[in-house]
Design a protein around this ligand. Structure first.
Ligand SMILES: Cc1cc2nc3c(=O)[nH]c(=O)nc-3n(C[C@H](O)[C@H](O)[C@H](O)COP(=O)(O)OP(=O)(O)OC[C@H]3O[C@@H](n4cnc5c(N)ncnc54)[C@H](O)[C@@H]3O)c2cc1C
Length: 483
């Protein structure tokens, strides 16, 4: 039986591991951290009984991804909220992205038509959007019409033209809040691409998240892996691959890296052109994260915001762009854009009765020592006066500390490499199948390969797919999962 050694147990590593175990490989996953999951872990980081997501919290990408749909949606207890996300503004106003596109548009008054025109063609053709954004961009898209529409809107929303799309502050903020996920200077086409995908998902499948926390995603994958004979070894960081016994590539054994691609350079006989490509791959800005344990819900001024598991805090589009541009210039805005998740508004397993967990992060310069606690409290207070009084405990992780949680987060970059337009194509090198390395039997399966950041398992699936094809087995998801 051929062996497959996976370094890293993030969602992409486990997705590749599950696929290979089902394809008949003897799989071993080797993980640096003491617990499995990488970006899909949960822990009681503030107080006992308060379950916080260590990295990702909201999972539209996993819920809609071809990999996870084949794996089986029913193997994770998904909560699909009625409100995908909310964006509060001063004066008790808020933009609300209902899963129902029509309801969202109707509430936007003078922008109802513009909202429909932007998002109906994308959410109605979500499979085309997912096909375009779910793999390498160096191929002919399955739904060319949707791909062209997506591309044109990306150019519009990724440039100063975005200022002309909407008249209301609510609609403009709803778009700015998703575009800003990309952690890059704005406006930018890469941010617009990330934002349009998230918006299409907001009105199609929804911004789902697992009851019990992100860890449930890792646990479901690990259960399946073990059921197919795979093993996982934790607390085992690998700093150098040259001495690792991962088998014999001539016999068909595989080494799959769910890590920074830099680890590949510790192998012997790396072709110099490939090494140059990996060295010139760029890492981006970081995240400064704060988890809060609360003795009650956040007292948002706008009532519907209290029902939204995901909230973008940061004021108007101009403020959100200014916050992101400050980070790109190596600073943190005094009024930062804050990503907020309040899963306990719909998931009562996350905190003791009456209590709530709050997950927040801001973008911050790489390798900085930014403790975002006070900045986040002040921004949330602005839209939820009295928030400070609800805090029982807080736990902050600075950008510099992130790499200790996950060696793949170089400088605290949570995306596995800057998400720029160039690096949407060159990820980490320019190749039609960038999951394959020039070293025989060695593959990359992390967010440093297409489709890039986010929990969707697709980088892992593509790495396994290409490795299996190289071994002469052309299999699809349906062959492995029977769906
Ligand atoms: C704070 C934060 C918030 C986020 N929010 C969201 C969100 O809400 N929704 C979303 O979809 N995405 C979110 N993301 C992004 C998402 O978590 C990542 O894109 C995703 O986890 C990438 O998966 P991966 O498998 O490629 O890598 P990772 O999840 O990074 O996993 C890599 C694994 O490899 C291990 N590893 C690395 N190097 C070594 C080594 N040398 N030896 C042994 N093991 C090693 C690491 O410990 C880790 O377990 C967030 C990320 C962070 C950090």
């Amino acid at each position: 039986m051929p062996r497959a050694t996976l370094i890293g147990s993030g969602p992409n590593g486990l997705a590749a591991a599950v696929a290979l175990a089902r394809a008949g490989y003897a799989v071993e996953v080797v993980e640096a951290a003491g617990t499995i999951g990488g970006g899909v872990r949960s822990a009681a980081s503030t107080l006992p009984g308060y379950v916080h997501d260590v990295c990702s919290a909201v999972h539209p990408g996993a819920y809609s991804s071809p990999f996870f749909r084949a794996f089986g949606r029913d193997r994770i207890d998904w909560i699909v909220p009625e409100i995908s996300y909310a964006h509060p503004l001063d004066g008790g106003r808020a933009g609300i992205a209902w899963r129902d596109l029509e309801r969202t548009a109707d509430a936007l008054g003078p922008d109802a038509r513009a909202w429909r025109a932007l998002l109906r063609p994308l959410s109605a053709h979500i499979e085309g959007v997912l096909d375009l954004t779910g793999g390498s961009l160096l191929r002919i898209p399955g739904d060319p019409v949707t791909a062209v529409r997506f591309g044109l809107r990306m150019l519009e929303q990724g440039s100063a033209m975005a200022r002309r799309t909407f008249r209301t502050a609510e609609a403009a903020a709803l778009v700015a809040g998703v575009v800003a996920h990309a952690n890059t200077a704005l406006p930018a086409p890469s941010g617009a691409a990330a934002g349009l995908l998230l918006l299409a998902q907001a009105h199609a499948g929804g911004w789902a998240f697992p009851r019990g926390g992100a860890q449930r995603i890792a646990d479901a994958l690990a259960d399946d892996l073990r059921a197919h004979g795979g093993e996982i070894r934790t607390s085992s960081p690998i700093a150098d691959l040259s001495g690792l016994d991962w088998g014999d590539p001539v016999r068909g054994d595989l080494l799959i890296l769910n890590t920074s691609p830099r680890l590949a350079l510790t192998l012997r006989d790396v072709p110099s052109a490939y090494a140059r490509g990996i060295r010139s791959y760029r890492y981006g800005a970081a995240a400064a994260k704060v988890d809060f344990a609360l003795d009650g819900p956040v007292p948002w001024s706008a009532p519907d915001v209290a029902r939204a598991p995901t909230v973008h805090v940061g004021g108007t589009r101009a403020e959100v762009w200014a916050s992101e541009n400050a980070v790109a210039q190596g600073r943190v805005s005094e009024r930062p854009y804050v990503l907020v998740a309040q899963p306990s508004v719909l998931d009562d397993t996350r905190a003791p009765a009456g209590g709530h967990t709050l997950w927040t992060y801001i973008h911050a310069p790489a390798r900085s020592d930014v403790d975002a606690t006070e900045l986040v409290i002040r921004q949330i207070e602005r839209f939820a006066p009295g928030f400070r009084d609800r805090i029982l405990a807080a736990h902050a992780v600075t950008p510099r500390e992130r790499v200790r949680l996950n060696p793949a987060e170089i400088g605290g970059d949570i995306f596995g490499g800057a998400f720029t337009m160039r690096q949407a194509f060159v990820r980490p090198v320019l190749a039609r199948e960038p999951w394959r390395t020039p070293m025989r039997g060695v593959y990359l399966a992390s967010a440093a390969t297409p489709p890039g950041p986010g929990v969707n398992g697709m980088s892992g699936w593509h790495a396994a797919r290409v490795a299996l094809a190289d071994a002469g087995e052309r299999v699809g998801l349906a062959d492995l999962f029977g769906s």
